[in-house]
Design a protein around this ligand. Structure first.
Ligand SMILES: CCCCC/C=C\C/C=C\C/C=C\C/C=C\CCCC(=O)SCCNC(=O)CCNC(=O)[C@H](O)C(C)(C)COP(=O)(O)OP(=O)(O)OC[C@H]1O[C@@H](n2cnc3c(N)ncnc32)[C@H](O)[C@@H]1OP(=O)(O)O
Length: 154
């Protein structure tokens, strides 16, 4: 039910992500009427969510739980409803618990015009972060997340 990636979320972004070379991932999502801000255009906050999701996926490559500390988004072109945004993201450097990342999103093709760029600092946290700070969750929810780590990064 993740609003970014959950396949069963009725109005979520349904972002899909694939690991690339080195510490990179590529993701995509299609902007629907559920993601609209101004008539016919994607809401900027929704686009920011898409970047949080794709950037967040990078943590599965290094196998350490981390959360978004800082996320900065630049909107360079309006993104019409119906667009598929192709987002490439990379870990630029790691400094202690801080993971510096960047990403860019292109319109309708991996080499399409750049619509949005973003940079972020994720901060590594203990796995207990999610148990201590979240609402009570069924153990299966956490084990499904842990299984996702194993699937990507055996
Ligand atoms: C491998 C096993 C995995 C098992 C996992 C199990 C379950 C996982 C379950 C689910 C995960 C699944 C998916 C997640 C995917 C998508 C979600 C997208 C990501 C998000 O949507 S996630 C939600 C939004 N996010 C938050 O909800 C964060 C709230 N916040 C905090 O929880 C704290 O605020 C925290 C932890 C950030 C820091 O707190 P803290 O006390 O631990 O850290 P501290 O202050 O000691 O800082 C240590 C160093 O980070 C620097 N630093 C700190 N804050 C910074 C900032 N904001 N910007 C830049 N740098 C910052 C300091 O400057 C210092 O740097 P230095 O060491 O150089 O001095």
């Amino acid at each position: 039910m993740c609003v970014g990636c959950g396949p069963d979320h009725p109005t979520g972004l349904h972002v899909t992500v694939t690991a690339g070379e080195g510490l990179t991932v590529s993701g995509s999502f299609t902007v629907t009427d559920d993601h609209q801000g101004a008539p016919g255009l994607a809401h900027g906050g929704i686009l920011s969510l898409a970047f949080d999701e794709v950037l967040g996926s990078l943590i599965w490559l290094i196998g350490e739980p981390a959360v978004t500390g800082h996320l900065e988004t630049s909107y360079r072109r309006p993104v019409p409803v119906g667009t598929t945004l192709y987002i490439g993201a990379a870990i630029d450097r790691v400094d202690g618990r801080k993971i510096y990342m960047s990403a860019s999103g292109r319109e309708n093709a991996v080499d399409g015009p750049v619509s949005v760029t973003a940079s972020a600092v994720f901060v590594v946290v203990p796995a207990t972060h999610f148990v201590e700070h979240g609402r009570a969750v069924a153990p299966s929810e956490l084990s499904e997340a842990a299984a996702k780590v194993a699937e990507v990064n055996p």
